[in-house]
Design a protein. Structure first.
Length: 668
């Protein structure tokens, strides 16, 4: 057996040692580690609290808001992504995320703690102990959700494995994706039962029962919509060509609900039930319609949930991460927002997707759209979220200066679309303000200490709306109420029926991948539900997840999509007449190695990936079906078989991906 035991046991030994030692500051003062599960550990409240919080920091990092949705139709980077260049994303020999490090850490805790907890042998406050046990069920569920989104079918490992060949090989078997989703929901149900509505340490890296309900609604909605839109493909259990069918352990698989339609209905019901618990109990923060530009301007709570130092007082936030400059726990989100978003920019498609404040699409008669000749025009009379979070040249970025803000940008500049430093270049010309602070002391490079949100209740409102419509084909009173609340908070006409009536899908599908499922335009009501989600959650890291579960990239199998930014080849081109003699600094021509912008022959709008001929995305983004899931690295097959015969491994490769390293996916 090709180093299988070494592969798992070494992982277990390393992870257990690291996690146990890191989990408790005074652990080194205890007796030496003589075995993997020491009897003198995890038997009192503070040790449980330390162990669980250590896992939070690895699962929930303070990432730049700008980059979370990058490489979708919402946000573009200065560089294209290989997943939109068929053949360039390849199966690896090693690496990837087919790993069990965090899962092992969770299972170690549960194997050790649950028997002691049930026997009443853990000292401390009973409610807090229950909460920390619930946290671990949540953390295991959340880690499984990451793996399941990436790979679909996945091994379900509920406990620490013995270091024997047979159980290790057996544990490598992939469960059908819906069974993995059910396992995740089961862990979340355990968490919800044990977690407090407010965790012992507040909402700073301590999950609550409401946060667990939100994640439950997210998981259930993901699986329901995936099953619906990938039905009759190799990407669902028992679909034609499903690779799991070739393994004897899955050959006779039957859905728990009887058929795939029953599974879809089950998960939609779960999504609605969980989302309602959150939406009925957690209000949205106020948007007062003010973007601070002077000291006399009142703060806007909706703006501040992305930029305040202390997020504990905002009811809508269910989980956040605190940073502390004095302790050296910092990030660089704010300085990035004050500059060019670290080479990321909002796309034309994202901007055009926002409605006018009267609820009409920009193209509708009577909308009042001012056009897009200038960024200032784009923001006029728009959905309050675009008005608030889309940057405009000459706006004030820093109201309260500080000598610490050495990298702050006090006043928003003309978009630096030609900057030689990719970090300081606006790839689309459109910049986002979400996550930016008005305090100059947040302008230090990698020294920002604003709070970073992880979960907020608005998603539950959106999850319920979508699940309700997908399940029933109509919106019930609660869904309509949630939608109204979101529109009111956005400071726009709340009559979404008017929006639906004015929506032209032939126009919408030009710049919104979410207008499609399985290569076909969806119905107008569902589209507007998805539009609301896109606008509310802009740059919060959920777009690619949504696009995958909606099967929203099939149209690019045959029709390339051109990522675009602002209207460069209109009056804004004159912004760049900044040469020494007043000449333009814009250089274009696909075969010109000095080109810094796309040619007007390619369109009026800046196309960041169509500047140079060496760009493999110069003719637009394309897609291949296999890319909805990630490939499994070859070493994982070799570790679970003999004689290098990978077909004998209990693991099977995802649809379209080869059992050979350094090769791209094939068409399905």
């Amino acid at each position: 057996m090709k180093s299988l035991i070494k592969y798992y046991v070494r992982l277990i030994a390393i992870v257990s040692t690291v996690c146990i030692v890191a989990a408790c500051d005074d652990f080194l003062d205890r007796e030496p580690l003589s075995q993997i599960t020491p009897d003198a550990y995890l038997n009192e409240e503070s040790q449980l609290a330390s162990y669980t919080v250590n896992l939070y920091t690895s699962l929930f990092t303070g990432l730049d808001y700008y980059s979370l949705d990058v490489h979708t139709d919402n946000v573009a980077n200065v560089s294209y992504d290989n997943r939109y260049v068929p053949g360039e994303w390849k199966t690896g020999q090693t690496g990837g995320n087919w790993s069990f490090t965090t899962i092992y850490s969770c299972n170690y805790f549960l194997d050790r703690v649950v028997p002691l907890w049930k026997a009443g042998r853990i000292s401390g406050n009973t409610e807090n102990i229950n909460h920390y046990v619930g946290e671990m069920y949540f953390l295991r569920a959340y880690e499984y959700f990451q793996k399941y989104q990436e790979f679909g079918d996945f091994p379900i490992i509920r406990s620490v494995l013995p270091d024997r060949e047979e159980p290790l090989v057996d544990a490598s078997k992939r469960y059908p994706r819906n069974e993995v989703a059910r396992f995740i929901l089961s862990d979340l149900d355990s968490a919800i039962m044990l977690l407090k509505p407010i965790s012992p340490d507040g909402k700073n890296l301590r999950v609550s029962s409401h946060a667990a309900q939100l994640v439950k609604s997210r998981v259930a909605l993901f699986e329901a919509t995936w099953l619906k839109y990938f039905k009759n493909t190799p990407f669902v259990p028992n679909g034609p060509g499903w690779p799991g069918k070739d393994k004897d352990y899955n050959a006779s698989y039957q859905f728990p609900s009887g058929n795939i339609e029953g599974e879809i209905d089950y998960f939609l019901t779960q999504a609605m039930t969980a989302a309602q618990v959150v939406a009925d109990n957690i209000p949205l923060v106020e948007n007062n319609g003010i973007l601070q530009q002077s000291e006399s301007d009142p703060a806007n709570p909706y703006y501040d949930i992305y930029s305040a130092v202390d997020l504990s007082g905002y009811a809508e936030i269910l989980l956040w991460r605190q940073y502390n400059k004095g302790l050296g726990i910092t990030h660089n989100i704010t300085v990035g927002m004050q500059e060019a978003g670290f080479g990321n920019g909002v796309t034309r498609g994202m901007v055009d997707g926002f409605l006018m404040d009267n609820g009409l699409p920009v193209y509708a008669e009577g909308s009042g759209y001012a056009g897009d000749d200038y960024v200032s025009d784009v923001r006029k009379n728009r959905d309050g979220r675009l008005w608030l979070f889309l940057k405009e040249p000459h706006q004030i970025n820093v109201i309260w200066p500080s000598p610490e803000g050495t990298h702050a940008t006090p006043v928003e500049l003309i978009p630096t679309i030609t900057h030689s430093d990719p970090v300081r270049r606006y790839p689309t010309g459109y910049g986002i303000r979400k996550g930016a602070s008005f305090y100059g002391n947040q302008g230090g490079n990698s020294l920002n200490f604003t709070g970073v949100l992880v979960f907020r209740a608005a998603e539950a409102y959106l999850n319920y709306m979508e699940a309700c419509y997908e399940k029933n084909g109509t919106l019930d009173a609660k869904a309509r109420g949630y939608w109204t609340a979101l529109r009111n908070r956005a400071r726009m006409d709340a009559d979404f029926d008017k929006t639906i009536a004015a929506t032209d899908m032939n126009r919408e599908k030009r710049n919104d991948w979410g207008a499609y499922s399985a290569g076909q335009a969806i119905d107008v009501t569902l589209y507007n539900i998805r539009r609301e989600r896109r606008c509310e959650l802009m740059a919060e890291g959920l777009r690619y997840m949504d696009l995958k579960r909606w099967r929203a990239m099939d149209q690019m199998l045959t029709e390339p999509y051109h990522i675009e930014g602002f209207k460069l080849w209109g009056p804004m081109k004159d912004w760049y007449n900044t040469g020494a003699d007043g000449s333009s600094i814009l250089i274009y021509g696909l075969d010109n190695d000095k080109s810094n912008v796309s040619s007007p022959e390619r369109g009026m709008y800046l196309r960041p990936y169509e500047i140079l001929s060496r760009s493999l995305a110069r003719d637009g983004y394309k897609w291949t079906m296999a890319h909805y899931l990630s490939p499994i690295a070859i070493q994982n097959f070799l570790n679970t078989t003999t004689d290098n015969d990978m077909t004998g491994s209990p693991i099977y490769q995802n649809p379209g991906w080869p059992l050979a390293a350094n090769q791209g996916a094939t068409d399905l």
